[in-house]
Design a protein. Structure first.
Lengths: 436, 152
């Protein structure tokens, strides 16, 4: 009996602390500086750990580590097919032509550009999380003790805290939006819906120990526009809504997600599609066009890559989002992998284990850059426009650009690419050679 | 850890290579569908650059996998589809067809194959043996074309 009462007291104190120190400030939009202090301690600890690792391992200087990951592990010969093959004395077919294809094939096997984007980025230096401990072995007792303390702090203190916050955040989002949804459409309703969305986003970001730096806030997406960003995880949406209100676009899910979707759509005009409607591209485009045409509606948030990529590169943008018209506001999101890996490898982890991993990392640190708005030019088609936007995002975020489709995570590559290579080769033979 | 053919085909840059299937085949020994790490490394070892200090090594030991001769042998096996140590006209046609796809007609391809065999064939059997293959490629810098350098 007394145990229950004592547990109740502890629980009450706990909730009071959480409410007072975290929920209330986020509702008012101010910061108490607790997370800044935490981050400072974390950075100092990780720097110390890095120096210990370098001293203990007698590894080469850190500069070499830097260049290695930048260029990949093999030296790639980028001479195009024409130069390499037509360079030989006679440009007709020779047995040696096979060397070109052979070497390209082996380079792809050793290290290719695409499949490495679908798994987490490798770190330059260990960040005291077991999950990233790939290449590093036992160095010293002190390091192991610090690691042990880290495990205790993360699992016994941070995890329950974050879990509580997440629970509060989600329930208040559902409750708040349902309440606001009851009101008739008016500017008061819009204002209140914004307040609710922003507060809940802030609580959820704190639930992940997120430190987000927003750059160029003057380019923030305006009403009636479309916001596009690179996609790394489901958290991207929360990170962006922390700083402004957007109309989300997505598929209707079941379960908890579905409840959230149904509640929020009453307060704010999000665009949720039924599974069957997604397949009908014209229907999707039509609904989005209607939304964009209404200048009083919030900007739409779209992730044109279509799937989660590991935040080292930006893959092909699907052209559908760029055919709608309207102004595009590109946003670049870059996570710092040192503190926690935000990438969701959906073939390896389901959403629950993904959220658990996020909540037991040190923190989520990211930079968000708002880029100046872009409009499609007269002589551009949707694909060229998509590529232009993609280049801008990649340049800003320091990511590489790849022309490959993110759908290659699950599907095979189309035969048309192989046929293109074959066509190029045969053009060379026919043009240069003396055939027939 | 074992690899099957599908694992290799999942690499997009390899899948669009016209000779991708031949290259994948080179990893799998006769009649097997799986390759282990050792076999994988043996095949990859053909692409190690030839180092100068290796020339002074013991000449009596077995030839290293990345010698010029072995690199050429590897390329020869890419052409020799039925592994009979000869490249026949049909085999050459098949490999050519893989490289050009549907863009060149059968007659044109046939004449390319005929001309190539004619120039390289020395003993008049209308097929290319390994020795004839080596002779044709004696001026080509095989070392540079068939090597992959790792960055440190």
């Amino acid at each position: 009996m007394e145990v229950v009462w004592a547990a109740g007291q502890v629980g009450a104190v706990w909730v009071a602390v959480v409410l007072g120190l975290i929920v209330l400030p986020s509702a008012l939009g101010i910061s108490l500086g607790i997370s800044e202090a935490y981050m400072w301690v974390l950075v100092k600890t990780l720097e110390w750990a890095t120096t210990r690792l370098q001293k203990g391992g007698k590894k080469p200087q850190p500069q070499t580590l830097q260049t290695a990951t930048a260029n990949g592990i093999i030296e790639r010969d980028e001479t195009p097919m024409e130069q390499e093959i037509a360079r030989l004395h006679r440009a007709d077919f020779e047995f040696s032509h096979i060397f070109y294809f052979c070497r390209k094939g082996f380079e792809a096997i050793v290290e290719d550009e695409v499949t490495q984007r679908f798994s987490s980025e490798e770190l330059l230096s260990w960040n005291l999380l077991t999950r990233t401990n790939v290449n590093f072995h036992y160095i010293s007792l002190r390091l192991t003790i610090v690691w042990g303390i880290g495990v205790i702090v993360r699992y016994c203190f941070l995890l329950p805290l974050r879990f509580t916050l997440a629970a509060i955040g989600i329930t208040s989002m559902i409750a708040g939006t349902t309440l606001v949804g009851q009101l008739p459409n008016s500017s008061v309703k819009n204002y209140l819906s914004e307040v609710v969305h922003l507060t809940c986003s802030r609580i959820l970001v704190r639930a992940l120990s997120g430190t987000i730096h927003y750059h160029n806030k003057e380019n923030r997406p305006q009403k009636g526009g479309i916001c596009v960003a690179n996609h790394t995880s489901p958290i991207d949406a929360i990170i962006l809504t922390n700083d402004g209100c957007y109309a989300m676009v997505g598929q209707v899910h079941g379960g908890l997600m579905g409840v959230i979707q149904r509640a929020t759509v009453k307060a704010c005009p999000h665009v949720w599609f039924e599974r069957s409607e997604i397949k009908d591209r014209h229907l999707v485009t039509k609904r989005l066009r209607e939304h964009v045409a209404d200048k009083s509606k919030l900007p739409i948030l779209i992730f044109p890559e279509g799937t989660c990529i590991n935040n080292t590169s930006v893959m092909m943008f699907k052209k559908g989002s760029f055919e709608i018209g309207g102004t595009i506001y590109p946003v670049a999101i870059k996570y710092d992998p040192q503190f926690g890996d935000a990438f969701w490898n959906s073939s390896k982890y389901n959403i629950v284990s993904y959220l658990l991993r996020i909540m037991t990392s040190w923190a989520i640190v990211c930079n968000v850059w708002y880029l100046p708005p872009m409009v499609r030019k007269e002589d551009e088609d949707a694909v060229q426009f998509a590529n232009r936007v993609r280049s801008a995002i990649a340049r800003q975020g320091g990511l590489t650009e790849l022309p490959w489709d993110g759908g290659l995570k699950r599907a095979k590559v189309k035969d048309t690419f192989k046929e293109e290579q074959q066509k190029n080769y045969s053009k060379m033979l026919v043009r240069n050679g003396s055939i027939g | 850890g074992l690899h099957s053919r599908e694992d290799f085909q999942r690499i997009p840059e390899l899948a669009i290579n016209p000779l991708g299937d031949r290259i994948i085949n080179a990893f799998f020994p006769e009649g097997e569908d799986q390759v282990n790490f050792r076999g994988f490394m043996r095949t990859l070892a053909h692409f190690r650059p030839i180092e100068d200090n290796e020339k002074s090594k013991d000449q009596n030991g077995p030839e290293p996998l990345n010698s010029r001769s072995n690199k050429l042998h590897f390329a020869f096996r890419l052409y020799d589809l039925d592994k009979d140590d000869k490249i026949s006209r049909d085999e050459l046609l098949q490999v050519l067809r893989m490289m050009v796809g549907v863009n060149i007609s059968d007659e044109q391809l046939g004449s390319i194959a005929d001309r190539t065999i004619q120039e390289a064939d020395q003993d008049g059997d209308s097929a290319i043996s390994f020795a004839e293959f080596v002779k044709v490629l004696e001026k080509v810098d095989v070392e540079q074309k068939m090597s992959i350098r790792f960055l440190h």
